[in-house]
Design a protein around this ligand. Structure first.
Ligand code: NAP
Length: 256
């Protein structure tokens, strides 16, 4: 009898939708999923950046989908475009997100609504559209939400961001409860302090930068590539019995 060596992290033939795939963490996760075997449906607002070329360099295909997730209007078209390009959908990474900084006393409704709409409302309705597709395909699938340290902590001067990311942790559990029996894994990744455009303001403030660095056990800011292993794990059969979990990838920040 011969042996078949099975790699539980192999994603060959899978199709992953990644929102906000043009920059930062989304670009790194799209490339990591491609390196593991996925064709990528990259969702971006204006420009796909260098992600199509980076995906092509792995030998996988990239479908460029333009959508503004400030509203839920494009969610069905995103799923439709993925199916049209590659025939099926197996993975959704809800990465697109924004942040607005202001004291709670001065926080505006615009800063509230803008963040909640992208970070929470569109995340939910795109998940719904993709899960409907998973059910139709009778395939199961993987949904990976991008949470935050502020899914666990309060933060300061980021009221709508904290509300949205705390909501992402709760929704990840709810959706896992509803969909686990249909072979759909819903989990989240909570990045710690990662060096991207999202945190440029923090890193530019010498005092904040030093305070944050001094509190990270790993003694460095995270890089987008630090999410490569975790996202591939949660997209793969290696995590088939992991449901509703939010995995911190934070250099030990929460352990402190
Ligand atoms: P980033 O570089 O600012 O990337 C954000 C991504 O979201 C961009 O691709 C952006 O597209 C996209 N996006 C924003 N609004 C959108 C909209 N209305 N429609 C479609 N796409 C939209 O920041 P990042 O750090 O990589 O953030 C990615 C995710 O990680 C976010 O959910 C963020 O909250 C989360 N996160 C980041 C950190 C960190 O330390 N960096 C920590 C915890 C969690 P455009 O280029 O068009 O704006």
């Amino acid at each position: 009898m011969g042996h078949t060596i099975v790699n539980p992290f192999d994603l060959s033939g899978k199709v992953a939708i990644v929102t906000g795939s043009n920059a930062g963490l989304g670009a790194a996760m799209a490339c990591a999923l491609a390196a593991a075997g996925c064709d990528i449906v990259g969702v971006s607002r204006a420009d796909a950046g260098d992600t199509p070329a980076r995906v092509a360099a792995t030998g996988r295909r990239f479908a460029d989908v333009r959508a503004d997730l400030a509203s839920v209007a494009p969610v069905d078209d995103i799923v439709g475009a993925a199916v049209e390009a590659f025939g099926h959908v197996d993975v959704l990474v809800n990465n697109a997100g924004i942040i607005r900084r202001e004291s709670a006393l001065d926080f505006t409704q615009d800063d509230w609504d803008a963040v909640m709409d992208v970070n929470l409302k569109s995340l939910f309705f795109l998940s719904q559209a993709v899960a409907r597709r998973f059910v139709e395909q009778q395939s199961g699938g993987k949904i990976i939400n991008i949470a935050s340290m502020l899914s666990f902590q309060g933060g300061i001067r980021v009221a709508s961001y904290t509300a949205s990311k705390s909501g992402v942790l709760g929704l990840t559990r709810l959706l896992a409860n509803e969909w686990a029996a249909q072979g759909i894994n819903v989990n989240a990744i909570a990045p710690g302090y990662m060096a991207t455009a999202n945190t440029a303001a923090l890193r530019d403030d010498a005092q904040r930068n030093e305070a944050i660095l001094g509190r990270i056990p790993a003694a460095r800011w995270g890089t987008p590539d630090d999410l490569a292993g975790p996202v591939v794990f949660l997209a793969s059969s290696a995590s088939d019995y992991v449901h509703g979990h939010t995995l911190a990838v934070d250099g030990g920040w929460l352990a402190r």
